[in-house]
Design a protein around this ligand. Structure first.
Ligand SMILES: C=C(OP(=O)(O)O)C(=O)O
Ligand SMILES: [Mg+2]
Length: 571
């Protein structure tokens, strides 16, 4: 078995049997299958290609309608299997593939001698020009037209369907990286594991994989050399992608991982250490379906409702009623339970067209999170009204927190708006300034929730999406651990809860360390709840405290991990 360090490229002719690529492990579990890849840009023929003889034109029209129907049916089927905004996005595109206006424009062009492909390109250009000239919301429709054009041309020319595929055989998706919108409708029964060339432990590929419970490794160099259809085995615990694994060994490793997963299936919550110290083990979700899944996974509640994820791709602010309905769906999944809702975290890696300025030079340090309310205060007040309305209709008592807060004044003003509506205010600790002054922030707030994904990005000055810098955004970095410990200590002094809702909380070992620092709740993907809760139940609080001490004293992430593991193993 040959092995390569992260980032090493291997020419295809040197790919030997069972080549192993390594990257950053982000979601444990082992799965194997043939490689599929997202299909990139579709090659488009010119709109003014050779003239089709008259006798063939009827057949060309037939070819177009067959292709457009196939595209529409496939999208509609995926919409039926999806939920929320994913389903809406897919349905809208499906309807456009059957749009009568588009059909008649294409037929007219074919009647004039264009091929089906060229007519599709020409008619689409006509609609794109029209929508763009109308401006505003209509201009946004141009994107949908281009998408449908690409799908129909791909169908006509035998190029693969653009986007994330839905293969018949359960497969492993290898990609450079995946945007949140790329994964609308990703079906975990067809894609059994993910590995990407880019991205760190906090990238959105990692977050989505965790939500779906898919074994995942990111930042894997050399992946682009692995051909489509090759068998690979992804080990999300060890961070490896093995090409052409020995079939026997692959079967044994997948079975062992399934057995380990079954052992966690016994977890029922609530979270406690072995000696009964209570720690809420909560879930990160984005909508009602996710919340119901989290309840089924024995999460005690929601520690982070990422509200912005329900509105991806939307060009207009959702109405108060629409928002209230979505939030009520989440509250209803945990009657009488804890739900921490985060106000829109638009911007940077999660841009929303209706909230995010399009032209920022440095969006991670720009107008994102709570800062969007500086430009458009209505976005925040409407959202808070919607949350209050959902709370009234369900009898819930939500905790509401703002992302990307930097100053005490921002926190105080936000808290006042939340309290006015009878809800419980807090903020996320993502900017180091909040950790440094946590005592002063807590004078105005009822809780803090540490977002370790952004806190590491801003503490180490390293882009959370950069695979090259993934070692810097490692949640075991001593500086990050020190800020978490300082924030937890401030919470204990004030007698107010401090949770962790970043990806650090999904690592069972680190979860124990966080508890040892005084963190009172952990919120992670539903698929990680049992792993975290079950691990916590094996150790005493005093052991967690010793593990926190040794981790905090370590010089680097590797030694922090090793030292904590040793303490926790000794029990
Ligand atoms: C939980 C966090 O928020 P997000 O990953 O959505 O930015 C975080 O920054 O840790
Ligand atoms: Mg964040």
């Amino acid at each position: 078995m040959s092995s390569t360090p992260t980032g090493t490229r291997i020419p295809p002719d040197v790919l030997t049997e069972a080549t192993v690529f390594t990257g950053t492990p982000v979601v444990p579990g082992v799965a194997a299958g043939p490689v599929v890849r997202p299909v990139g840009s579709v090659e488009l023929p010119p709109a003014d290609g050779p003239v089709v003889p008259e006798a063939q034109r009827a057949a060309e029209k037939e070819r177009f309608t067959t292709a457009a129907d196939a595209v529409a049916e496939r999208l509609a089927a995926r919409a039926a299997a999806a939920t929320g905004v994913s389903a809406e996005v897919l349905n809208t595109t499906a309807q456009l593939a059957r749009d009568r206006g588009l059909l008649s424009a294409v037929e007219q062009r074919i009647g004039d001698g264009s091929s089906a492909e060229a007519a599709t390109v020409g008619a689409a250009a006509q609609f794109v020009d029209l929508f763009v000239s109308l401006g505003g919301v209509m201009a946004e429709r141009a994107t949908d037209v281009r998408d449908v054009r690409d799908r129909i041309v791909a169908e006509l020319t035998g190029q693969g369907e653009p986007g994330v595929p839905a293969p018949e055989t359960p497969s492993v998706l290898l990609a450079d990286d995946l945007a949140p919108a790329d994964t609308a409708g990703l079906d975990p029964t067809r894609i059994v594991a993910l590995a990407t060339r880019l991205g760190g432990a906090t990238s959105h590929t990692a977050i989505i994989a965790r939500q779906l419970g898919l074994p995942c490794v990111v930042g894997v160099g050399g992946l682009s050399e692995v051909p489509e259809g090759a068998m690979v085995l992804v080990d999300g615990e060890q961070g490896t992608v093995t090409v052409d694994p020995d079939p026997e060994e692959a079967r044994a490793r997948v079975a062992a991982a399934q057995e380990a997963a079954a052992a966690l299936a016994g977890y029922r919550g609530p979270g406690t250490t072995r000696d009964g110290h209570r720690v809420q083990v909560l879930a990160n979700v984005q909508d009602g379906a996710g919340a119901r899944g989290a309840a089924a996974a024995h999460a005690e509640g929601v520690g982070l409702l990422r509200t912005e994820l329900a509105f991806f791709g939307r060009t207009e602010e959702p109405t108060v009623e629409e928002q209230a309905e979505i939030y009520a769906g989440v509250f209803a999944a945990f009657p009488g339970g804890k739900v921490v809702l985060r106000t829109l975290d638009a911007g940077s890696d999660k841009p929303l067209p209706f909230a995010t300025p399009p032209d920022e030079a440095n969006p991670a340090l720009g107008v994102r999170g709570l800062r969007t309310a500086r430009r458009d205060p209505g976005l925040l007040t409407h959202q808070l009204d919607a949350v209050a309305q959902a709370a009234r209709s369900t009898g819930a008592a939500p905790w509401v927190m703002a992302p990307m807060v930097a100053t005490v004044a921002e926190a105080a003003e936000f808290a006042a708006q939340v309290r006015e509506r009878g809800m419980v205010p807090g903020v996320m600790v993502e900017v180091p300034s909040v950790a440094v002054l946590a005592d002063r922030f807590l004078e105005h707030l009822d809780f803090l929730s540490i977002g370790t994904n952004d806190l590491s990005q801003y503490t180490l000055a390293a882009d959370r999406l950069s695979a090259d810098l993934a070692d810097l955004t490692d949640p075991w970095q001593p500086a990050l651990l020190a800020l978490v410990a300082a924030t937890a200590a401030a919470g204990q002094r004030a007698g107010k809860p401090v949770g962790v809702c970043g990806e650090a909380a999904a690592d069972p070992l680190l979860a124990c360390v966080l508890v040892g620092m005084g963190i009172s709740s952990l919120s992670c993907a539903a698929s990680s709840v049992a792993g975290v809760g079950a691990r916590l139940a094996t150790v005493d609080l005093a052991t967690c405290q010793r593990a926190a001490e040794v981790a905090l004293a370590a010089a680097d992430p590797q030694s922090a991990r090793a030292a904590a593991r040793e303490v926790l193993a000794a029990g």
